[in-house]
Design a protein around this ligand. Structure first.
Ligand code: FE
Length: 284
């Protein structure tokens, strides 16, 4: 059993920013570019959620990525993925797609429904310099393949990536050693989550209200909390003020320069120019 010496605290709180992306999909950009250094290796987190087809129906037609990984986690609705490596799959409720763009992928992400609710998340995880030009890889994980743990009364954890209490998540073998948990807490439930001391970590509360730091105010729905990194600060303690759901995400920082131009994330400007040229020459 792991002991938690010191708890992480809430360092800062961030509300999502409404944006429109793809062919006109309405999103909340929760992790924005100004947090990329602080939350290295994470580059972006978008939340999408709407009952209005007009907010999502246009989808994300054919577009490229290079130099990082995109992780899509669906809560409600269905989305079809197709890419130029010949991968195709439909993501349904609770399914996860972990796509390593590496040297280049051109794909589309389109709703497989004309009405009803569409809800989920897309996280961008950076790749270390030595892996930015690796072969693209696609992993589709079904809801039923994601380990579920209930370590305490009123607590349910979906273990998407990383390790919890000796159990391995559905996604393994990623060099930034990410932890990606979807946690459901009944009102009043508490949970300790151990985190590797040097990992950057954040929580995004998407339902309810959760206290993560006795000295800070509760983190409410639609808020991202950056957690502190301090000596001997290993874990975080969560306490639900109401029935709540949150993502708890952590990863080992790369400490490398970040150069981004839209869907390309490299280390240097010249590599972005190369990416742009390669894409337009059809070399992805
Ligand atoms: Fe994409």
């Amino acid at each position: 059993m792991e002991t938690i010496n010191q708890l992480r605290r809430v360092e800062s709180l961030h509300r999502g920013m409404p944006v429109s992306d793809g062919a006109g999909v309405k999103l909340q950009r929760v992790l924005t570019q100004n947090l990329q250094q602080r939350l290295d290796p994470f580059l972006m987190l978008d939340e999408f959620g709407s009952d209005q087809p007009g907010d999502y129906i246009a989808g994300f037609p054919s577009h490229p990525h290079r130099g990082f990984e995109t992780v899509t986690y669906m809560l409600d609705g269905r989305m079809r993925h197709r890419d130029n490596a010949g991968n195709e799959g439909v993501l349904g409720p609770g399914d996860v797609q972990w796509m390593t763009a590496g040297r280049g992928v051109v794909h589309s992400e389109m709703p497989e429904q004309e009405e009803g609710r569409m809800r989920g998340f897309q996280l961008w995880v950076n790749l270390p310099a030595r892996e930015k030009m690796c072969d693209p890889q696609y992993r589709g994980i079904q809801n039923s393949e994601i380990p579920r743990l209930s370590p305490a009364p009123g607590v349910m954890i979906s273990l998407i990536a990383g390790e919890y209490d000796g159990q391995q998540g559905a996604i393994r073998g990623i060099s930034t050693r990410p932890l990606y948990l979807d946690i459901q807490l009944a009102a009043g439930a508490t949970l300790h989550v151990p985190l590797p001391e040097t990992h950057h970590a954040f929580a995004y509360v998407y339902e309810g209200q959760v206290t993560m730091d006795e000295t800070a105010r509760a983190v409410s729905k639609g808020t991202l909390a950056v957690l502190t990194n301090g000596r001997d600060q290993q874990g975080v303690r969560l306490q639900a003020e109401a029935e709540s759901r949150l993502l708890l995400i952590a990863g080992q920082p790369l400490h490398e320069p970040i150069a981004q131009w839209g869907p390309f994330v490299m280390n240097r400007r010249e590599e972005l120019e190369q990416a742009f040229e390669d894409y337009h020459q059809g070399r992805f």
